[in-house]
Design a protein around this ligand. Structure first.
Ligand SMILES: Cc1ncc(C[n+]2csc(CCOP(=O)(O)OP(=O)(O)O)c2C)c(N)n1
Ligand SMILES: [Mg+2]
Length: 784
């Protein structure tokens, strides 16, 4: 699995060249940030920022990986605030332009934190919200195992999934959720490399966690490699007096070590003389070093020793997941190294000039790739050309689109059905039909597979596990509607109850085509209220452009007896507000069929994205009808006239989702008094709203376009009112009044729910036909 780059016959020459390149990484990352803050014109007075200390802390670890260890198929999530160091490496490798570095944190330039979608160089995983980049590597590894087992990935193209993280990042709970899930799935080929500088954003971190991290990871089956000291220090420890020196440095608290690292040589000497007063050998050893050399020795931690890192990584060939805890100093080599306040610290112009001198970079050659290095550029070009990471193409790409079966291939719903049951039947039918689409689907759920109706699909396609596991109940002849056997051909990934893991897995699986060159169509289910539980991970998946279908069910007050803890309220607004995710909430199963057909195409469209279906367990009477092509088109565009208005209509009732029967009942009540009223079905408030704002933008750019909702509402007189209703926030549909300046009364949920049956709940929360009629009266009667 490991390509060892270092040529054993010439290790010192190779090391020297790589050390020189590593120096350049340190320099360029500090300079890029300096340029953005001190040299580029500022038009708004805002601090630009960037993290010189965090980059310096990790630069050598990055250099070791990218210049010596990684192969094209390895994928890395980089500690967000080390992005300047990462971009510097890409620049040295010829994969990033100087223009991008010069525009770091500027519009159109290299992003503050590595971004798959916005950066121009080849970011594997976006990072920024700490913890998520770590977890996604575990799930990417699981997806890789899935593809290997399904023979959709050439084993020679399998890589290591690597996360580079800060030590304070280890406080993020989602890391441990991923750790537990990884253990269940026998995670492999995953490395998490901790930049153990013992500093967070605010301060130096506590001493007490070090050992515990080791125990936690080992308990989950990981190998923990702790790299503490560099080779200079190790050599000193081997000298007479070295043992006492080691014991001293082992015992010193983090904050005191950091303080001395900041203060430098004479402070080290004073302190060592005080603490090692009885150890003549040790003091003799210490006094062999001048102040600067003593500071270098005492800060010679493993994370700053390139050769040690190269050797350690190259020697790690096991498939077992690895946690590397690598001691470093935050701000290493910079004037604020070790200072507890250095997280956002920026070198002053004078400090930067001194640093430039120290790094041997000539003035006006700050951006040159190899300026100030001992050899001419051709030497380093030759070294870089041999780097295994650039030895071949990276896997991934845009696999061919998979056709979606025609509408007629899907089941006809029963007379009375819920969208959740309809969803299960559609997937079940897809599994039964077979073909490329069914084979590309991978379902997943955080322990709600059965209760979200994925059972039919799972029964047919099986649960994934790298090894065969039999279903003991089935073997014992105990009747159950669900087969729970597992094996390498299974297409369902069963997760424990941790919704963040669901979204992180959907992020990884939803990027399978780009990461591994194999297209998957991930379908995840969960209870709608628990979207909140994994919201940052959902946002993270969307930010990376991951493609997945999320079915959230049950939703809303309509859940009834389950009560307020399970009744989702504000998820429609999440669906509308979340970029990269298109939210639908159909009422009828024939609508759902079309929306799912559209979704499977949208997941594969280069301009597409992820989809969120907000579904319900409420069985509702279906409308016996054959939808026309125009109606089908309207359904996926977000709305259609369930009952079109007459030209003189005074009002329209607008509804979304499982509340449709109440809207219909109210409609039939009011239509006598307000003849010609319309009934508008909104299947996607999100698409409708987005289309409207896009049309406004297009018009301001001089294009004559009308949005779908404008065209629909154009069929109503401008004086007609709108009574809107959704089992969700009233604001989801309330904006419709603004489209053509119509009076609106928006019904919905804006208080916590509670247990009850639907008549009681709909009455209490004003979702019943009576409330809708009252809303109609409001907009009709008060019309001036
Ligand atoms: C979820 C989240 N919370 C807070 C932050 C703000 N933040 C960025 S870096 C950081 C501390 C990082 O410390 P550490 O992980 O040890 O990294 P170091 O800079 O020391 O290498 C914090 C709190 C964030 N990016 N993401
Ligand atoms: Mg830290």
């Amino acid at each position: 699995m490991n390509a060892v780059f270092l040529d054993a016959s010439r290790p010192t020459v190779q090391h020297a060249h790589l050390t020189a390149l590593d120096r350049k990484v340190h320099w360029l990352s500090a300079w890029t940030i300096h340029h953005a803050n001190h040299l580029r014109e500022s038009r708004d007075g805002l601090k630009v920022g960037g993290h010189q200390a965090s980059s310096a802390s990790m630069a050598t670890i990055l250099s070791a990986l990218y210049f010596g260890i990684l192969r094209p198929q390895d994928r890395v999530a980089v500690k967000p605030h080390a992005s300047p160091a990462w971009h510097a490496i890409q620049y040295l490798l010829g994969r990033q332009t100087v223009d991008q570095l010069q525009r770091f944190r500027g519009f159109g330039g290299a992003q503050s934190y590595p971004s798959r979608t916005k950066d121009h160089d080849d970011v594997d995983f976006s990072t920024g919200s700490v913890g998520l980049g770590v977890a996604v590597t575990a799930f990417a590894s699981l997806v890789q195992d899935y593809l290997l087992a399904h023979q959709r990935l050439d084993p020679a193209q399998a890589g290591r999934m690597i996360a580079l993280l800060g030590d304070a990042e280890l406080d993020e709970g989602n890391i441990y959720e991923a750790l537990l899930e990884g253990a269940k799935h026998d995670l492999q080929h995953c490395w998490w490399i901790v930049d153990y500088n013992r500093q967070s954003l605010d301060a130096t971190t506590a001493n007490r966690m070090g050992e515990r991290f080791t125990r936690i990871f080992e308990a989950c089956g990981w190998t923990v490699q702790t790299l503490k000291y560099g080779r200079l220090l190790e050599a000193a420890f081997a000298e007479p007096g070295g043992t006492a020196l080691r014991e001293w440095i082992d015992a010193i608290p983090n904050d005191e070590y950091a303080t001395l690292s900041y203060q430098g040589g004479s402070a080290w000497r004073t302190r060592l003389h005080r603490d090692l007063a009885g150890h003549a050998d040790a003091l003799a050893l210490v006094d062999r070093y001048e102040d600067d050399a003593l500071a270098t020795l005492m800060t010679n931690l493993a994370g700053h020793d390139l050769a040690l890192l190269l050797d350690t990584f190259a020697a790690t060939t096991s498939a077992t997941p690895q946690l590397f805890v690598i001691y470093t100093i935050k701000g290493f080599g910079l004037p604020f190294q070790g200072h507890k306040d250095n997280h956002a610290g920026l070198m002053t112009t004078a400090q930067m000039a001194a640093y430039r001198e120290r790094m041997g970079v000539p003035e006006d050659a700050e951006w040159e790739r190899f300026s100030g290095l001992p050899h001419e550029a051709a030497v380093y070009e030759a070294v870089l050309a041999e780097v295994p990471f650039v030895s071949g193409p990276r896997p991934g790409g845009e696999p061919p689109m998979i056709d979606v079966p025609p509408r007629g291939a899907f089941p006809v719903p029963s007379a009375t059905e819920s969208t959740q049951v309809g969803f299960g039947k559609i997937l079940n039918e897809l599994a039964r039909m077979g073909g490329a689409l069914a084979d590309a689907i991978v379902t997943t759920s955080p322990d709600v597979t059965v209760s979200t109706n994925l059972g039919g699909f799972v029964n047919q396609r099986g649960i994934f596990s790298r090894t065969e596991e039999r279903d003991a109940f089935r073997d014992a002849g105990i009747p159950s509607p669900l087969k729970w056997g597992k094996g390498p051909t299974g297409q369902h990934l069963e997760l424990g109850i941790a919704e963040a893991n669901l979204f992180t897995l959907l992020a990884a699986a939803g990027l399978s085509h780009e990461l591994f060159g194999a297209r998957l169509l991930p379908v995840g289910t969960l209870y709608d209220p628990f979207i909140n539980r994994g919201l940052d991970a959902l946002n993270y998946a969307c930010y990376q452009g991951a493609r997945f279908l999320l079915a959230a069910t049950p939703s809303g007050l309509t859940l009834g007896p389950e009560g307020g803890a399970h009744q989702s309220i504000h998820t429609p607004l999440i669906g509308m507000a979340q970029p990269g995710l298109t939210y639908f909430e159909p009422a009828y199963v024939d609508e759902l069929v079309e929306i799912m057909r559209w979704s499977f195409a949208h997941l594969q469209d280069p301009e597409g994205g992820a989809v969120y279906l907000r579904l319900s367990t409420r069985p509702i009477e279906q409308v016996p009808r054959t939808l026309t092509d125009a109606q089908l088109d309207d359904i996926v565009r977000g709305a259609y006239w369930h009952i079109p208005p007459a030209p003189h209509a005074e009002v329209a009732i607008v509804y979304t989702g499982a509340i449709a029967p109440e809207a219909l009942a109210a409609y039939h009540e009011i239509v006598e008094d307000t003849p010609g009223a319309g009934l508008l079905a909104v299947t996607s408030p999100d698409r409708l709203h987005r289309d409207w704002t896009e049309a406004q933008r297009a018009r301001s750019a001089g294009h004559q376009v009308m949005s779908h909702i404008e065209l629909l509402l154009d069929q109503l007189p401008r004086s007609a009112g709108l009574a809107t209703v959704i089992d969700g926030p009233p604001a989801t549909l309330g904006w419709l009044g603004g489209v053509r300046g119509q009076r609106v009364c928006a019904l919905g949920i804006d208080r916590f729910g509670q247990s009850g049956d639907l008549p009681d709940l709909y009455r209490e929360y004003r979702l019943d036909a009576e409330a809708i009629m009252e809303a109609v009266a409001e907009v009709v009667v008060t019309r001036s």
